[in-house]
Every structure is written in structure tokens, then in C-alpha cells.
Design a protein around this ligand. Sequence first.
Ligand SMILES: C[C@H](O)[C@H](O)[C@H]1CNC2=NC(N)=NC(=O)C2=N1
Length: 115
Amino acid sequence: MGRHYEEIGAAQFESADGVADWRVRGTTAFALYRTGDFATAVRLVDEVGRLADAVDHHPDVNLRYGRVELRLTTHATSSLTTVDVDLARAISAAAAALAVTADPDGIAESEIAQG
Ligand SMILES: C[C@H](O)[C@H](O)[C@H]1CNC2=NC(N)=NC(=O)C2=N1
């Protein structure tokens, strides 16, 4: 039996509470976090892994020195869904708890947003 997903559009995603770190392009949401160092980037990705496994929903992750890039969409529907918004919000809260800075204006230049 398949999981039921509620599809949402870009405007709906971006106007949701708690996801100001994220930008939508097409059917995908992106975030870029500046962590300052490698260890904090690893810590953030560890949190992302925990949150993702908890809801069986997994973003693409690009970890670089001082930087974590995230790409989030629902593969099963080829769209954004409420699961993406909820996970994006949880990731944003985890980043804030680690005092990691979001750089939404840098997303367009992030490696994970290319191609
Ligand atoms: C079987 C398992 O529930 C699915 O493969 C899950 C796993 N993680 C997932 N992650 C994302 N981002 N989209 C999905 O459709 C998805 N499906």
C-alpha cells in the first residue's frame, strides 16, 4: 500500500511558517547553511539524517567545509508535498538550535542547485 502524499505548489511552500531558509525552484526546495566549520556541518547533517529517517523522507545533501546544501522534493509524486514543508521546518529548527546561519540569497550559486 502506497503512502498518501498531499501535493503543494511553490507559493504554498514558501508562504508556510518556519521555512524562511528555503527557496523553491520548480518542484524542489533548496536551503544553504553556513556552518563556519566542518564539525558543525557534520553535526547539522547528522541532525538532518535523524529527522529524515524519523519521517522516512530524505533530502539530497552536499556537505562542504563550512557549508551544507540541501535539496528537498517528494520522489514518489515528483512534486512538493506537505511532508517536504514539515521536514524543511524541522531542519530549519535544528539549524537554528546549532546557531547555523541560513543563506537563502546564496542558494542560486550553490552546487546542489546547478543543472
Ligand atoms: C519506501 C520509502 O518509504 C520511500 O522510498 C521513501 C523514502 N524517502 C523518500 N524521500 C523523498 N524525498 N521522497 C520520497 O518519495 C521518499 N520515499
